[in-house]
Design a protein around this ligand. Structure first.
Ligand code: AMP
Length: 249
């Protein structure tokens, strides 16, 4: 079994994101970038499945500028066997990414594609679902538990009402939740070894996919600043303020 894992390079989740002065986007220059957090869970799960003997190869793929190679390299350092970088500049919307990933799936013929449930930069939560539709493959989104059963997958999904367990046929797309596992850290020896693992570079333009944006971004703004809080002296005062000032009870 071969598992393809999509990893996106995003602004590190610890960074305080700043909006550009001209409101055209957020500042990315000299900002720490990392793998999109649920994509780390996706890689971890694929590597664990390989370690259990149920998969033979884990391939990490990223779409983006040259620097996204670092994201692929990190996936190699935690256990992926080889990487693919689809080079594309500018804004990439989920439809463009999913069409590019479709081309890679058609070439690589994996049995499973693992992705993150959502990218923390655009918060789209669309790419996995779109890829599933383009390939006409079953999908299991928000996975917090994955079990392989012959040619089927049993997946527990994190949904608003609690947990839902579904069974889907392989080949399939699975988007991973942060609760799926605890991603490992890359050890120094493994970081060194990863430098020797191959990363194939493909130009998005060579895949015959139109990646031009379909959505016009008009303006990006900071959220309104939160007003400072106040300290109350007693529960009675709190209740009085909630009732008469905030009018919430
Ligand atoms: P989104 O639909 O943008 O919220 O992204 C959902 C998931 O799709 C991410 O967690 C990644 O696994 C994958 N993905 C989105 N964009 C990219 C990209 N540029 N390169 C690789 N994977 C991506």
């Amino acid at each position: 079994m071969k598992i393809l894992v999509a990893v996106k390079r995003v602004i590190d989740y610890n960074v305080q994101v700043r909006v550009k002065e001209d409101n055209t986007g957020v500042v990315t220059e000299n900002v720490k970038m990392s793998t999109n957090p649920p994509d780390d869970n996706a890689i971890e799960e694929a590597v664990k499945i390989k370690e259990s003997g149920k998969a033979t190869e884990v391939v990490a793929v990223s779409v983006g500028e040259e620097k996204a190679q670092e994201t692929v390299r990190k996936a190699l350092a935690v256990g992926a066997d080889r990487g693919i970088l689809i080079k594309a500049d500018g804004i990439l919307e989920p439809l463009a990414v999913s069409k590019l990933l479709q081309k890679i799936v058609e070439k690589e013929k994996p049995d499973l594609v693992f992705m993150g449930k959502q990218a923390i930069d655009d918060d789209c939560n669309q790419t996995g679902q779109m890829l599933s539709a383009l390939l006409n493959w079953p999908q299991a989104t928000f996975a917090s538990k994955i079990e392989i059963k012959d040619k089927k997958l049993e997946v527990t999904r994190e949904i608003d009402e609690g947990l839902e367990t579904i069974e889907i046929n392989i080949p399939a797309i699975v988007t991973c939740d942060l609760r799926l596992n605890e991603p490992r850290y890359a050890s120094l020896p493994n970081i060194m070894k990863a430098k020797k693992k191959p990363i194939e570079q493909i130009n998005a333009s060579d895949l015959g996919v139109d990646t031009s944006p379909r959505i016009e971004q008009i303006k990006v703004e900071e959220p309104p600043k939160r007003k400072a809080g106040i300290k109350v002296k007693s529960v009675a005062e709190l209740v009085q303020k909630l009732k008469n000032e905030a009018k919430v009870i």
